[in-house]
Design a protein around this ligand. Structure first.
Ligand code: NAD
Length: 292
């Protein structure tokens, strides 16, 4: 038996269609400001992809590309300007930042109401308190994927492998808020397989190719593969693999592919967060009236 494939693109398309419809009901199209510092090729490509997708769903976006030598003070000045600008609804600072800039100082400077990546401590705190918040895009995208495919969450044993601020931790909060029984495993966990075998819902977010092998998976479990790892084939050609060994498909009940699983959810969720931020700003009276 092969696991049911939980494909990301149809779910991302549904999320984007909903975001576009909600955006069209606002008095002005939501505007996302994307800040990039330096010319890291991966960052350049991610930012280009985010801006292109924003345009496709009818959102406005502006890319602020700063030189690699930009100082922390200069970056904080730009963020202060974007915070004050009522025409900007969402602010995203592409990570990583160059070494001379302290990431935390920058993320803490973004107005929490415009924090579409959900990294500001106020949003992190609200999420862990189980209150509405702007939520990191990859974990929120995973929750949308689970809901779309009708995968039960309430009451199930969920194990997350990875405890990063980007994926593992916020996902733990979201699953807990959705009534799962949550365990977070990480690089110091003893006997990882014994922990993962207890999972009805297993999420691999470690960035280690083929870390999760078939004997680590409970038969019939849902397995969400967040990993994106570039590996070289025997022929020397680069390709992307997840954290889950391909043979897990013969044990799991359902599995997300890599690529084409969680990946497409992240950008879709970013744009959904931008629309959500704009709606909240309109409701707070900051940017005019909601048009119905
Ligand atoms: P990270 O390096 O910040 O964190 C990795 C986590 O995995 C750490 O908490 C570490 O303790 C744990 N870990 C590492 N090796 C382990 C092992 N052998 N056993 C158990 N735990 C182990 O990475 P991240 O930013 O959270 O990203 C994780 C993976 O997800 C990467 O492959 C990344 O490319 C991918 N990712 C994908 C998306 C997407 O859109 N699909 C978004 C973000 C990250």
């Amino acid at each position: 038996m092969s696991a049911r494939v939980l494909a990301g693109p149809p779910v991302a398309a549904a999320l984007l269609a909903d975001a576009a419809a909600r955006a069209s009901r606002l008095p002005a199209l939501p505007h996302l400001a994307i800040v990039r510092v330096g010319d890291d090729p991966a960052s350049v490509s991610y930012v280009r992809g985010k801006a292109r997708k924003a345009g496709e769903v009818g959102l406005r976006s502006t890319v602020h590309a700063l030189p690699g030598a930009t100082s922390q003070a200069e970056l904080l000045d730009l963020i202060a300007t974007l915070n004050r600008d009522d025409d900007v609804n969402g602010i995203l600072v592409q990570l990583p930042l160059p070494a001379q800039i302290a990431e935390a100082a920058v993320l803490h400077a973004i107005d929490p109401r415009k924090d579409v990546d959900g990294f500001h401590p106020l949003n992190v705190g609200e999420l862990w308190a189980g209150r509405p918040a702007l939520t990191p895009c990859t974990p929120a995208g995973i929750m949308s994927l689970l809901a779309h495919y009708g995968i039960p969450v309430a009451g199930v044993r969920a194990v997350i492998v990875g405890r990063s601020h980007l994926v593992g931790r916020p996902l733990a909060a979201l699953l807990l808020n959705a009534d799962a029984t949550v365990t977070v495993a990480h690089s110091r966990t003893h006997d990882l397989g014994a922990v993962t075998r207890g999972a009805d819902l297993l999420i691999a977010a470690a960035g280690r190719p083929a870390l999760i092998t078939p004997e680590m998976v409970k038969p019939g479990a849902t397995v969400i593969d967040v990993g994106i790892n570039r590996v070289l084939s025997a022929a020397g050609k680069g390709h992307l693999v997840g954290d889950v060994h391909p043979e897990v498909a013969s044990v799991a009940g359902a599995l997300t592919p890599v690529p084409g699983g969680v990946g497409p959810m992240t950008v879709a969720q970013l744009l959904a967060n931008t629309v959500h931020a704009a709606e909240m700003q309109v409701q707070a009276g900051a940017v005019g009236e909601l048009v119905r």
